[in-house]
Design a protein around this ligand. Structure first.
Ligand SMILES: [Zn+2]
Length: 133
């Protein structure tokens, strides 16, 4: 990237050649996501952008027709609430879910290993009519 934040033809061409060779190209920066938005169109990026110096990301597929990515953290099992209006994803933990899913698994003769729960609904700010999310 040039000092005026524009991209050289050479950079754009290099990324295009990587894509043509079947190599995934992603950008990582110490900038916030908005500080990299100007690169998305010129480089035709369709990979996750890693902001604030990145880190590991994990893929989350909520059957929305696209995939989301969230930072990989050493946190225990957590569940997700997905707002069907604004698309906000909220994480929560509730140890009761560990117990109930173990009981359900046992009732069906399963040794419980893990579970996945996504609650679809309308978030508080969408319910209150607030446009700010
Ligand atoms: Zn919402």
């Amino acid at each position: 990237m040039r000092s005026d934040k524009s991209l050289s033809e050479r950079s754009v061409d290099a990324v295009r050649r990587l894509r043509e060779a079947g190599i995934h190209f992603a950008i990582t920066s110490g900038r916030p996501p908005r500080g990299m938005e100007m690169l998305v169109d010129p480089l035709e990026l369709d990979t996750p952008i890693s902001a604030f110096n990145g880190g590991l990301v994990v893929e989350r597929d909520f059957d929305e027709g696209f995939k989301r990515f969230e930072p990989a953290r050493d946190i225990p099992q957590h569940e997700h609430l997905l707002c069907t209006v604004c698309g906000r994803v909220t994480e929560f933990q509730d140890e009761r879910l560990e117990r109930i899913t173990t009981l359900v698994a046992e009732r069906h003769g399963y040794l419980r290993q893990r579970h996945r729960l996504v609650i679809h609904g309308v978030c508080a700010s969408c319910r209150s009519g607030s446009a700010i999310n």
